[in-house]
Design a binder for this molecule. Structure first.
Ligand SMILES: [Zn+2]
Ligand SMILES: [Zn+2]
Length: 313
């Protein structure tokens, strides 16, 4: 039944009254709660037809976008999530596999061309400086042309790359403290998980990792753990079709986590919500949510979310 006018007026008055007690920042705007949006949930660099985009996760803290990983298609996914590309202020790369950094440069470019005014701080393993510098070199002709022809600012000055060479505190500001944990992703040595401790919520992104008990310690009592996952029967089916099956199987088993392992990490860490993402294989639509989460639930009794692109947690 629709509310009567009297009920509506009373509710509106109550809402207005309650707002006076909310914490306020800036020009009287209420501080926004921390949101997590999965931009791309498919593990691996292949651009497939599954409907899942390559890895990227957005964390909105007090309305500021923090981006973790830039798989192919990140700019488009940001727009689909309703976030202006040029509003991204912080980028974190977990490791330098291309499904995590291929669109780092294009993201910077797209922000610049869309009228970015604030600086982007980009954090990631050794190589971040080179990644940014060499991308601008790769696009030199276009950038130089537009600076002269369109009077644009030099995009180099809009990016500061920071190399994370060891685990621990990565950055901190008034809204969040970000720290890194070294995870297990051979043969890559510098592969990080990131933890965002905001005032209202703590969120951990596993990056790519094999089962790593140190990650459980790092994610202790987090509100949200976004963890990668690999489904063994799914990759066996995939490997049967490939000539380099043996090598690829060895890499996958040493570098990624099966659902049972993910469940153990979530249980040890006592996280409130576990979100599965970075699905391997990410293109096999025949694998059901139940199959992805069955092994997890053997060990973890908390809330399990089987991630999808653009899902908000
Ligand atoms: Zn990956
Ligand atoms: Zn990787």
């Amino acid at each position: 039944m629709p509310p009567t006018r009297r009920q509506f007026v009373t509710a509106a008055a109550a809402l207005a009254a309650s707002h006076t007690f909310l914490p306020r920042i800036g020009f009287g705007q209420a501080k926004k709660s921390t949101r997590v949006v999965l931009l791309g949930t498919k593990g691996g660099p292949r651009v497939g037809e599954s409907g899942r985009s390559n890895p990227s996760t957005l964390i909105m803290i007090n309305d500021v976008p923090y981006l973790v990983d830039c798989g192919y298609g990140t700019s488009k996914q940001l727009i689909a999530a309703g976030v202006a590309i040029q509003s991204v202020r912080y980028v974190f790369i977990t490791h330098h596999h291309s499904d995590h950094n291929l669109d780092f440069g294009p993201l910077l470019y797209n922000a610049w061309i869309t009228g970015q005014s604030a600086r982007v701080d980009a954090y990631g393993p050794t190589g971040m400086n080179e990644l940014a510098r060499d991308f601008f070199k790769y696009m030199k002709f276009d950038i130089d042309t537009r600076i002269v022809d369109e009077g644009r600012a030099d995009p180099h000055r809009l990016v500061t790359a920071h190399e994370v060479t060891k685990p621990g505190l990565v950055m901190t500001n008034d809204d969040v403290r970000v720290s890194a944990c070294m995870v297990r992703h051979p043969p890559i040595k510098q592969s990080y998980a990131y933890r965002f401790d905001a005032k209202d919520r703590s969120v951990v992104i596993s990056g790519d990792t094999a089962y790593a008990p140190e990650l459980a310690e790092f994610a202790k009592d987090a509100d949200v753990l976004v963890h990668e996952v690999m489904y063994l029967p799914g990759i066996e089916a995939l490997l049967q079709r490939l000539p380099n099956a043996k090598r690829l199987r060895e890499h996958l088993m040493a570098a990624h986590t099966l659902p049972e392992g993910v469940g153990k990490i979530a249980a040890q860490a006592k996280v409130k919500t576990l979100v599965l993402s970075h699905f391997v294989p990410g293109d096999d639509a025949s694998i059901t949510d139940e199959q992805w989460s069955e092994g997890v639930r053997k060990h973890f009794s908390g809330r399990v979310v089987v991630g999808r692109d653009l899902m908000e947690i």
